[in-house]
Design a binder for this molecule. Structure first.
Ligand code: HEC
Length: 306
């Protein structure tokens, strides 16, 4: 009897893996991108404070890309991920392992285009509510509001170009952070992008640094992780577990949250590792190890407000 129950539960776990399907309304978008050999786009990013910036994407298959933005650029040649930071005039090289090459593609502004590599990216979307077409940046776009399967999540919508059948933009609001991104130029390539578009070339005068040697993590870097991954569950009006992660005073002021002498004992690091505390971010994919280490390194360096 026990055995039968066990095998039944195994079956349900296995089938549950296939339950998440791309909603019908997003299938043309996901399929068109997934079948394409290449993609280029120039994306206008409009921040909540009305400042704007531009990002340039070149995507190829199986996992080669270049993302160029105001802060620097990231190139993946399939084996290595090169990340150049303009502010520090330096770059790092990290080997491709598992899906780590997808991390730079998961930022809110670029999320609609993750389907180019991975159709299952949209399988956590529970439902889609279609709005009416409107003109944005000279383009007729229809708002598709997405409801995520995991409940109280960020508010995300795709701005669909109905003629193309592909999203040419996205809006996203998590906690107090909102962003609108619209692809002013967008092309689905008929062939793989030229290799030289995707080759890493270090800018003149730039230096290479070992990512393991970077101990210099500012609070700004840490807050960016909390803002992206911990909202809307840990802000002043929704303090799950009694924890507010919206600003420095709230973070360092919270009970047990920050431990300078021994970061491994802080509730934040423990929750991220699922050690004694419920694993965070709750019901979402775990943070990559490098980010957990960044937060720990910030604590270790004195948890300064920099
Ligand atoms: C989808 C909502 C959600 C997200 C996102 C989320 N949390 Fe939580 N968090 C909770 C809930 C709910 C609790 C209360 C414990 C529980 O119910 O599991 C909690 C509890 C905690 C606690 C324990 C507080 C205590 O002292 O008991 C910590 C630490 C924590 N979260 C950190 C984080 C961090 C860091 C992130 C982002 C990387 C994050 N959480 C993202 C919902 C969330």
């Amino acid at each position: 009897m026990k055995l039968a129950l066990l095998s039944l539960s195994l079956v349900s776990v296995v089938s549950a893996l296939f339950v998440g399907e791309v909603p019908a309304a997003l299938k043309p978008h996901a399929d068109t991108l997934n079948k394409a050999p290449g993609l280029t786009a120039t994306i206008l990013v409009i921040n909540a404070d009305a400042t704007t910036s531009e990002m340039h994407l070149t995507y190829g298959k199986p996992n080669v890309y270049k993302i160029d933005g105001p802060d620097g650029f990231t190139v993946c040649d399939g084996k290595t991920i090169f990340a150049y930071t303009a502010k520090k005039k330096s770059w790092t090289e990290v080997a491709v392992e598992g899906n780590n090459w997808q991390l730079p593609l998961r930022r809110a502004e670029l999320w609609p285009y993750l389907s180019f590599y991975d159709v299952s990216a949209l399988s956590k979307v529970a439902s889609v509510k279609k709005g009416t077409p409107r003109k944005l940046q000279g383009l007729m776009l229809t708002d598709y509001a997405l409801t995520m399967a995991t409940g109280a999540d960020a508010q995300v919508s795709f701005l669909m170009d109905d003629k193309l059948g592909v999203a040419r933009g996205t809006t996203s609001k998590a906690g107090d952070v909102s962003v609108v991104a619209i692809a002013k130029e967008f092309a689905i390539l008929k062939e793989a992008p030229a290799a030289e578009l995707l080759a890493f070339k270090a800018p003149v005068g730039a230096t290479k640094v070992d990512p393991n040697a970077i101990v210099e993590v500012t609070y700004k870097d840490v807050q960016a992780i909390f803002t992206r991954s911990c909202m809307p569950c840990h802000n002043a009006s929704n303090m799950k577990g009694g924890l507010n992660l919206t600003d420095y005073d709230a973070v360092v002021g919270a009970r047990n949250a920050v431990n300078i002498a021994n970061p491994e004992k802080s509730s934040i690091i423990r929750s991220l590792k699922g050690d004694m505390y419920a694993k965070m971010p709750k019901n979402r994919e775990s943070l990559p190890n490098e980010e957990i280490e960044k937060i720990a390194a910030w604590m270790k360096a004195g948890a300064k407000n920099d």
